[in-house]
Design a protein around this ligand. Structure first.
Ligand code: THU
Length: 160
């Protein structure tokens, strides 16, 4: 038997420790929670994507009365980037939330489907996408690559 260990690092920051560009991206993600249509979960998720050309694109979760049709904020933002800035690489993504009770303090990480989707973009552009995750508290997690959140992932390599 052989054990395979996967190791990854999450960096934890306070907002003031990040540079202006990073802080601004997180603020844009926070503002994007206002674009959420989430009458069913009342869980607003906002995402801001920084592109290599300096542009920012936004996304927010869009729910549907038929629950499986709901779209996550990350997916909406990625589709927005692909549609409006096709083939421009993604540098980073900030993801944050807003609840009515304001008590979800810890950073919220992307769901499994969104991780798989971010992986596809990262592999396509062959450059890491860094992620900034923030809840309603002060703590910010930075992850260098989606691969850190998706070990042993399924990718196009399996299809060649
Ligand atoms: N949601 C996101 O927007 N992103 C995630 O990564 C996890 C969940 C949304 C989907 C749904 O509208 C609400 O949060 C509650 O699950």
């Amino acid at each position: 038997m052989k054990k395979i260990d996967h190791h990854f690092t999450i960096e934890e920051y306070q907002l003031q420790e990040l540079n202006q560009e990073e802080q601004s991206l997180i603020q844009k993600a926070k503002d994007a929670t206002a674009l959420s249509h989430s009458p069913y979960s009342r869980f607003r998720v906002g995402c801001a994507i920084l592109l290599e050309n300096g542009e920012t694109v936004l996304g927010a979760n869009q729910e549907n009365a038929a629950y499986p049709v709901c779209l996550c904020a990350e997916g909406v933002a990625l589709a927005n980037a692909a549609a409006n800035f096709n083939k421009v690489s993604i540098v980073s993504m900030a993801i944050t939330i807003a609840t009515e009770h304001g008590k979800m303090l810890d950073p919220v990480a992307p769901c499994g489907l969104c991780r798989q989707s971010i992986l596809e973009y990262e592999n396509r552009q062959n450059k890491n996408i860094s992620l900034y995750l923030k809840g309603e508290g002060e703590k910010i997690y930075k992850v260098q690559s989606i691969k850190d959140l998706l070990p042993l992932n399924f990718s196009d390599k399996a299809l060649l």
